[in-house]
Design a binder for this molecule. Structure first.
Ligand SMILES: NC(=O)c1ccc[n+]([C@@H]2O[C@H](COP(=O)([O-])OP(=O)(O)OC[C@H]3O[C@@H](n4cnc5c(N)ncnc54)[C@H](OP(=O)(O)O)[C@@H]3O)[C@@H](O)[C@H]2O)c1
Length: 244
């Protein structure tokens, strides 16, 4: 795949698997996370393992200036950006009555403002290229809600509405925007959830297991590829059948 691809939050978890899958397909990858050293380490490993060009950057996706610097660094290194994967995200779970304004703000800022900042920053180069893909990782929780996750669900639902607007606004200019909505996937993010709760989730998943990061990475590789040229504004739920 001869494309320059930025994957936010690709130091670990789903983002790392996405970066790895795209590198395996031959793409040039920009690895980014809040920890510059870790991003560089992953970028160096992917370059060595898959023989592709990479760049590792430190970024805070909740900060517009930091996001702009990441896109500027990408343009300086590779001269273009073909695909953005908005993957970085956090949870700060609590029941609504106990949820602090800080926990509300940090989740909305990191999960939703980031999608606005990153998408806006890549739009200019994509418009010049008259082509581009923006793939945003939302969640089934953004479609169905979840107790203890009002902030997270709102941020993920916002990302869906944002993407549909983007798809309508920039489709005529050759820019495609889609959402991937994973169910419960085995990463650090769900590690703190009580085992009993996870077992209840698994019981309600028709495929009776949690998702693997590779399940999500495979779908993102398809959305970044030339095999999905007539798809935009879609929400692709990938959750073992949890939501149907
Ligand atoms: N795991 C699930 O069950 C699940 C389900 C549905 C949707 N999702 C979504 O999938 C995405 C990835 O989740 P995950 O489970 O892989 O999470 P994770 O293992 O916790 O990894 C999160 C990644 O995001 C980065 N990140 C966090 N805050 C950031 C910031 N302010 N600026 C830049 N990077 C930041 C982290 O980098 P650092 O190492 O620097 O913190 C890390 O690379 C998230 O959007 C999440 O909401 C996950």
């Amino acid at each position: 795949m001869d494309k320059v691809i930025i994957v936010t939050g690709s130091s670990r978890g789903i983002g790392l698997a996405i970066a790895e899958g795209l590198a395996a397909a031959g793409a040039t990858i920009v690895v980014s996370s809040t920890k510059e050293e870790k991003s560089k380490e992953v970028a160096t490993r992917l370059a060595a393992e898959y023989g592709v060009k990479t760049l590792g950057v430190g970024v805070d996706v909740s900060d517009e200036a930091s996001v702009k610097a990441m896109v500027d660094a990408t343009m300086a290194a590779f001269g273009r950006v073909d695909v953005l994967v908005n993957n970085a995200g956090i949870t700060r779970d609590n029941l609504l009555l106990r949820m602090s304004a800080e926990d509300w703000q940090s989740v909305i800022t990191t999960n939703l403002n980031s999608v606005f900042y990153c998408s806006k920053a890549v739009l200019r180069p994509m418009l010049k290229q008259r082509a581009g893909r923006i793939i945003t990782i939302s969640s089934v929780v953004g479609q169905m809600g979840n107790p203890g996750q009002a902030n997270y669900a709102a941020s993920k639902a916002g990302a869906i509405a944002f993407t549909k607007s983007l798809a309508k606004e920039y489709g005529p200019k050759g820019i495609l925007a889609n959402v991937v909505a994973p169910g419960f996937i085995e990463t650090d993010m769900i590690e703190s959830l009580p085992e009993q709760y996870l077992n209840t989730i698994i019981e309600s998943v028709p495929l009776r297991r949690l998702g693997q990061v590779s399940d999500i990475a495979n779908l993102v590789s398809f959305l970044a590829s030339d095999q999905s040229q007539y798809m935009t504004g879609q929400v692709l739920t990938i959750d073992g059948g949890l939501l149907m």
